[in-house]
Each structure stands twice: as C-alpha cells, then as structure tokens.
Write a protein that binds this ligand. Structure first.
Ligand code: SAH
Ligand code: DHB
Ligand code: MG
Length: 223
C-alpha cells in the first residue's frame, strides 16, 4: 500500500531477539537457508518465528497428516516435519523441478526423508489425485490460485482440519479493493470464498518481521 513501509530494521531486530531467546539454533534449518541461496532459490521461505509458529500449530492440532502447497527448498516443511508425532507424514507439492530437487536434498540432510513426500508438479493437477483427510494444510504456492486451491483442499479435509494460508496481506495490498495485483486479488477472492462457505471459520493475523509486512489466514473446518 502506498506510503507504507515494506521493510524495517526494527521488525528484523525483533525477529532476531525472539529467535535468539525462544528458537534453539538448528544446524539443519540454518544450513538449508545457505543451500537455498547457493542454489539460487528466492529467499521467500517463512521466517524462523513463522516456521516455529507452523510447528506449534502442528503440535496443537496433533496433526499426523500434513499437506503443503509450495515447498521451495523445504524450509517450512522441515519446521513442520520436526513437530510431527512418530509415524506422521507431510505431503508437499512443488512446481519447479529445481526447487523440488533442492528440497529433497535438504530434507535428506535434515533427516526427515521418511516423514516427507515431495510431489513435483502443478498443485492444481496433483491435488485431485490425493486422498485425504489431512489434519493440517499449509497453502503457500502461487497466490493467484489460492481461490482455486480452497475447494481442492476442502475435498481433502475433515471436520477439525486446520488450514493456514500464507501471504494474504501483501504489505497491506489486501485492503485495497481496487488492486489489480493478481496475487492480492487471489488473497481477496480466497478470503471472500472462505466467508461464503458455512463450514468454515477464519481470521487473518498481520505479521511484520524480517520478511516484511504480510500475514496468515487461519481457517478451521467446523462441519
Ligand atoms: N513454503 C516455502 C515457501 C514456498 S514459496 C517455505 O516457507 O519455505 C512458493 C513455492 O510455490 C515456490 O517454490 C514455487 O515454485 C511454488 N509454486 C508456484 N506455483 C505452484 C503450483 N501451481 N504448484 C505447486 N507449486 C507451485
Ligand atoms: C513471496 C513471499 C512468500 O512467502 C511466498 O510464499 C511467495 C512469494 C513474495 O514476497 O513474493
Ligand atoms: Mg509464503
């Protein structure tokens, strides 16, 4: 949104402060970010505090079947995999063959190979081939397709499934009804579609931090 900050040293400083106190140094996760950079992947993974939040959600929901759309290098995947109970499994979908290859090697390095299946390809084509129900679903792939993903992931849900959708605030863009940014429009359509579905209940929490100003939608499937 015009005139609003996209980044702030203070936001990053607080992320570092919180991370230093509450988030134990994890040599796997730190190394994954270095590998991603060396392999030319964009630094659009969740932040460490956000990765920890995803892990906390996996714990809180006692999820043993997790679905992720948009793997990138597997950073968020590894956060969630480490929070799974024994026998828990994540299915994660990644369109880019290069991202999927880097992710698989990162997952192997992190020792979570047995907990994660990386499916290479377009989530729009792969989702109809999957069998649910999943307990926890993290939507983080192409933002313009979020409204298309909603019915597809609901087919793979049950009463009690928790869905988190990343990047629905986009530096405040979501509140601009005149926005022509297709990613912002994707978030707007997604939220309206959630509202129209009587089975769903939801909120959005804005976040600031090392990844700028954005936010998560938290959706529960209540019926
Ligand atoms: N969840 C990751 C970040 C994902 S970035 C993390 O926090 O660590 C978004 C990813 O979605 C990119 O790697 C991109 O290649 C992938 N993507 C984009 N469109 C897609 C599609 N249609 N199907 C599957 N993956 C897609
Ligand atoms: C961007 C950020 C993300 O967290 C993501 O999943 C995809 C893209 C971005 O800032 O462009
Ligand atoms: Mg994201």
């Amino acid at each position: 949104m015009q005139g609003m900050p996209q980044q702030s040293d203070e936001w990053s400083k607080v992320d570092r402060y919180v991370t230093d106190i509450l988030i134990p140094k994890d040599r796997h996760l730190d190394r994954v970010l270095e590998t991603n950079k060396a392999e030319g992947l964009p630094a659009i993974d969740v932040s460490a505090p956000q990765g920890k939040l995803l892990a906390q959600y996996v714990k809180m929901t006692k999820a043993s079947r997790v679905l992720e759309l948009g793997t990138l290098g597997g950073y968020s995947t590894i956060w969630m995999a480490k929070a799974l109970p024994p026998g828990g499994k994540i299915t994660t979908i990644e369109y880019s063959p290069h991202h999927a290859k880097v992710a698989q090697s990162n997952l192997d390095f992190a020792g979570v190979t047995d907990k994660v299946e990386v499916l290479g390809g377009n989530a729009l084509e792969i989702l109809p081939t999957l069998n649910g129900p999943y307990d926890f679903i993290f939507i983080d792939a192409d933002k313009e397709n979020y409204p298309n993903y909603l019915p597809m992931v609901l087919r793979l849900s049950r009463k009690g499934t928790v869905i988190v959708a990343d990047n629905v605030v986009r530096s405040g863009g979501v509140a601009d009804e005149k926005s022509v940014d297709i990613r912002v429009n994707g978030a707007q359509k997604f939220l309206h579609a959630v509202k129209e579905d009587p089975r769903l209940d939801a909120t959005v929490i804005q976040t600031v931090g090392s990844k700028g100003w954005d936010g998560f939608a938290l959706v529960t499937v209540d019926e």
